[in-house]
Design a protein around this ligand. Structure first.
Ligand SMILES: [Zn+2]
Ligand SMILES: [Zn+2]
Length: 340
């Protein structure tokens, strides 16, 4: 019996140990969230606008990533529309110039006509006045003839730009929907990978902790801290996702359902592991209380004075009295299989 002392279960911890363990949990959490962040950055975020239109964004997004607008040709279409718009502007300027020239020529023509008419009435129509009238009429006709084609050219360009603009709008909407779809898929993947990571951490630390507990490892508290950190990591991750959902205002109902499930699972877990009937009974017996109703009793009692339940039973091994619900006999130390 040289290793007697290894059978002493360490349950008490010093204050300094508790502080160190809390710090350990915190440091483990920092590391865990660093890893989660790395996982997140390994999934590139989809970029909607091309880098040429959002230069200020270049520092954030990788310059080599092709934006969805570039990919779907939206950027090219936008450039085409801008070029066509330029043509429309030019033709608009030409038309207004033609209109100004026409108005001017019309004024001149009307003046010359009046001059010629007055001269005719006076009976002294000089050839100079006549040619002046005729040339101004010809100039007016020429100026008028220029307006119509200019108008037609402008109309054609306007129509074309409207058509291209419509195509551009459709392409922009398509790019937006592709962006939404890709963002959604990325979030879904990220969600799965995040929770797989956190779940794996939890499962592994729990398995190691369980093994060490069975072997009564002396530094079990370290593993308890690791396990605690992985539980906290999962909870914080859950909280983060819930918060994001809440902010997006997608489904308060979803948050409610998720929170309910988590809380119910936590309650079931606590009931099963921490407050299992065996643990409760042992804890009560340990402080001399009835295993059934938790009322304190003294050594000489055979039954609980409150609930009347038996406190002792006959030990099948030594025949002496042993505490009911106790895993081992207080006289001979023999355990009772199947004791509730
Ligand atoms: Zn009782
Ligand atoms: Zn016994």
């Amino acid at each position: 019996m040289a290793n007697n002392y290894y059978e002493v279960e360490e349950q008490e911890g010093t204050r300094i140990e508790k502080v160190l363990l809390a710090a350990l949990v915190a440091f483990l959490l920092v590391g865990g969230f660093w890893a989660l962040g790395r996982i997140e950055s390994s999934f590139p975020e989809p970029v909607l606008l091309s880098s040429t239109t959002t230069n200020y964004n270049l520092s954030q997004t990788d310059a080599s990533t092709v934006s969805i607008e570039d990919e779907l040709g939206v950027t090219q279409k936008r450039r085409d529309v801008a070029k066509l718009q330029q043509i429309v502007d030019n033709r608009n300027a030409v038309l207004s110039m033609a209109r100004v020239a026409q108005t001017k020529a019309e004024k001149e023509y009307k003046f010359r006509r009046e001059e010629y008419r007055t001269a005719m009435q006076a009976g002294s129509a000089l050839p100079r006045v006549r040619t002046g009238f005729e040339s101004s009429r010809a100039a007016y006709e020429v100026a008028s003839a220029l307006v119509l084609p200019a108008q037609a050219a402008l109309d054609a360009a306007t129509k074309q730009v409207a058509g291209e603009q419509q195509k551009l709008n459709a392409a922009q909407m398509r790019a937006q929907s592709v962006f939404d779809q890709r963002s959604f898929q990325r979030n879904l993947k990220l969600f799965a990978v995040h929770f797989t990571f956190a779940g794996a951490c939890l499962a592994m630390s729990f398995a190691v902790w369980q093994r060490a507990r069975k072997r009564r490892w002396r530094y079990l508290t370290v593993l308890t801290a690791v396990f605690t950190a992985s539980v906290l990591q999962l909870l914080l991750l859950l909280l983060r996702y819930c918060w994001a959902l809440f902010l997006q205002d997608i489904a308060v109902l979803g948050v409610s359902a998720l929170g309910t499930i988590v809380c119910v699972l936590a309650i079931v877990g606590i009931k099963r592991w921490l407050y299992s009937p065996e643990r409760l009974a042992q804890a009560r017996l340990g402080s001399h209380r009835c295993a059934r109703c938790a009322t304190p009793f003294i050594e000489s009692q055979n039954h609980c004075w409150k609930c009347g339940h038996a406190l002792v039973e006959k030990c099948p091994s030594c025949g002496g009295n042993r505490l009911l619900f106790a895993p081992h006999c207080g006289n001979c130390g023999v355990g009772v299989q199947g004791s509730p």
